[in-house]
Design a protein around this ligand. Structure first.
Ligand SMILES: [Zn+2]
Length: 115
């Protein structure tokens, strides 16, 4: 399962960045592109499962989906490529260049404040 492997990678990365003195993780934000898009529900489930027994247990996972950028070859309009409606919003043609897809990234980790 794709999501399970991704979840384990995320948790490994979070643990690697955790401050030595500890503190639980409250929130983890990841972003991904359209081609390697993960299923939100499956991802959250996999994250919870992988977080069990780590400092990430109980942390909230937020997934940001980064749109794919496209540029119309006819009118030059730049727009967010929609997988389900792939045509230029200005001239309605479907002749365009597609930009690079965003990679799966760990964007932000929020740790519990120690007092
Ligand atoms: Zn166009």
């Amino acid at each position: 399962m794709h999501e399970a492997a991704v979840a384990e990678n995320i948790i490994d990365a979070v643990i690697a960045q955790a401050p030595k003195k500890g503190g639980r993780v409250i929130r983890v934000v990841i972003s991904c592109g359209q081609m390697n898009a993960v299923n939100d529900e499956a991802m959250e489930f996999a994250f919870d499962a992988a977080a069990e027994g780590t400092i990430c247990k109980g942390a909230k996972l937020k997934i940001k989906h980064i749109p794919l950028k496209a540029k119309c070859k006819l009118c030059g309009k730049k727009f967010n490529y929609d997988l389900y409606d792939p045509c230029c919003p200005k001239c309605a043609k479907s002749d365009f260049e597609i930009g690079e897809d965003a990679p799966l990234l760990l964007e932000e980790i929020e740790f519990e404040e120690k007092r």
